[in-house]
Ligand binder design. Sequence first.
Ligand code: FES
Ligand SMILES: [Fe+2]
Length: 472
Amino acid sequence: MSEIKQTKHKLEIVKNGQDRSPDTSYTEYLSQDSKKVPDFMVEENFEYLGSDDIDTSRYISREFFEKEKECMWTRVWQFACRVEDIPEVGDSLVYDILDWSFLIVRSDENTIKAFYNSCLHRGRRIKTERGFGNQLECPFHGFCWHLDGSLKFTPAPWDFAHIKDKDFSLPEVRVEIWQGFVFINMDDNAVPLEEYLAPIPEHHKRWDLGNCKKVIHVSKVVPGNWKTVQEAFMESFHATLIHPEILPFQADENARYDLYGDHMNRNIALTGKPSPNLKNVDEQEILDTIFYGSGRMAADDKIIVPEGEEARKVAAQAMREAFAAADGHDYSDASDAEMLDAIVYNVFPNFSPWGGFPKNLIYRFRPNGNREDSAIMEAMFLQRNHKDPEKQEPYEPIPIHYLSEDENWEDAEELTGIGYIFDQDMGNIPEVERGIRTNKRGKLTYANYQESRLRHWHRTIDKYIAKGPFKP
Ligand code: FES
Ligand SMILES: [Fe+2]
């Protein structure tokens, strides 16, 4: 269905799903960058997924949650930890998802293995938290395994004559690693990780997250369905009302949305130009709010935007210089976009590694235990290693900072400058969760473009559900 639409800038023919904000688009802004922007950022990759309403049951019904569990979570690649979380042979940690628990172990210098975290004797979880040791011992009766999962010790062996050591290794779950991210998958027939992630590995090459270390990791239980929480971070549309402080520097309604295959999509919101919903912002205000309200970079001294120049370019250049001084890398070819913009990649179903050169933000969202109305949200930051190995700080794995129910993200002081933004999102989520339950229509009406990433994930969930249950 075509129609003629009069916008403030131009008369244009638009089609369903092809309408865009009449303001300058993200792609148009890229043509003004002071450097060359990589093609994969300039190229748009959008597919109209229809305008159908979404059933509220997808967020609140136990039945739907069970379908996701049986058909989807058992088949997907899930980000479990970073390689630097378990740097020493014998380091281990636990990754829990729904009914399942996995023990991720550095079994030798070059190998990370993952096991179903269940003792082969009476089924106790072998470990409940991060640990270190040269064996994996169950605390109940003392069955014990080597780090490679082979049986090491049987308590009261006279009573277990029926056990054959070679058949009593801990069952493994598939592990693959991309750029320092350790993933697991319960489906032995799943496609290899890099194929699943495509085209992220290609896009992210430049940003080289494998050459980074995790420096912040904060976790909080949020009272909402895991998708409700995740989707609060998958569109820029809500920023106008929920995050008024960022409007001077974040272009929200004219942000970009790209969909790729079944497992990857992307939202890029430009930093350094105001929201189309905010008028009359001067360049100095833009710069001040970038430095004091975005968490991108805190400038020690106030930087002045010279007459006739743009805050975006001044900010990008200040960051190139500050980062080069801090970590020794050469950022002289890095585009303004890669220094500043919110380049939010999502990998299905629950992992979101931001692109670009500043400290990369990583999100992970998953159900809290077996609950359809409660989720765990985690925010991590990766920091680039110094170019000169001699100048690299010795790295100690950082503990996860668990926020209690009464604490806010802002209480995690390490999240300098962005905790309050998360809190603004959090204030909204319980009301979405409640409101969906009293929804008379039983349907939600998404935007065609700005909420296309939500539609995309729902479509992929449906594809997994159509395959039927899969028992690992
Ligand atoms: S349950 Fe693990 S040793 Fe008994
Ligand atoms: Fe938000």
